[in-house]
Ligand binder design. Sequence first.
Ligand SMILES: Nc1ncnc2c1ncn2[C@@H]1O[C@H](COP(=O)(O)OP(=O)(O)OP(=O)(O)O)[C@@H](O)[C@H]1O
Ligand SMILES: [Mg+2]
Length: 308
Amino acid sequence: MITTICMNPCFDKTVEVPSLEVGQVNRIRDARVDMGGKGINVAVVADRLGLEVQCLGIMGRDGAAELSDLMDKENLKHDFLEIPGHVRTNTKIVSKSGQGVTELNEPGPRVNKEILDSFFALAKEKTAESDMVVLTGSLPPGCPEGTYRDLLKILEGKKCILDTEGKELELAAKGAKPFLIKPNLREMEATLGIELRTMRTIRDAALLFVRLGVEHAVVSMGEMGAMYVSADKTLFAPALRVEIKSTVGAGDAMIGGMLLGYAKEKDMARAFRYGIAAGAASVMTEGTQLIVRSDFEKLLEMVKIQEV
Ligand SMILES: Nc1ncnc2c1ncn2[C@@H]1O[C@H](COP(=O)(O)OP(=O)(O)OP(=O)(O)O)[C@@H](O)[C@H]1O
Ligand SMILES: [Mg+2]
């Protein structure tokens, strides 16, 4: 059983307008609501790829029934601590006149130490049967610095995949030795406060984390592909050429793919290929659709891994 953690889930509301007029009344042409949050997305991808997975997290009581319903419809196992407040809604305004997508993201319900302690206890208990745990996505307001590090410590002994950036990534890498980290290039640059222009600098940046005790680092670079770095191996894979529908969530799909790869291959360097295929497969579907397994299976044959 794999567990993903989603501490700040949301409703993803997508609305379509002919043209977005700021400061005016805009009439919505079409609207849809999906469940969202990176931990939920990774769980859905892992489930579609055939893994046994559950999602744990925290959610506001208002909206909890609707969000749980959406997870049930996906047949996703879930266990969320309900707290006062409402499940946040992230609104994507899609303009049909070429203005791109405008996003309005709510912060989510506030947590305190008591809530976090209860959630950590839930996470410890419910991951008893899991040897891999994925920690990803934004943290709710009220979390102290180092919350992911503290959660990783609670989950000590499990192989934890951490997808975060900045201070949270730095503190977790220094204090808790995650099994795998997966920043994208921009997040890696922001975390270190430097520009990474060459393959060598990207590898050296990843190695900084490996020296701190991270076992495997994957730096994803969108349409450029990704790099895998461990103490004794560096791999690069160019992205697969696919028809692009939406690149949102490619990183989440990549993690789902690597979970499957690791389950099959028992080796993260060999699992990297599955991540590249899953990232590309997710790009072929609309943002909220995540991944189609047959796309992934076709692409897996096409991944080219280069040793650096
Ligand atoms: N346009 C693309 N074409 C083919 N493959 C892609 C494309 N974009 C992303 N991928 C694949 O998916 C992987 C992850 O993508 P990316 O680096 O964009 O993740 P991310 O920024 O973490 O995304 P998110 O956080 O939105 O899920 C890439 O390393 C690449 O292999
Ligand atoms: Mg990402």
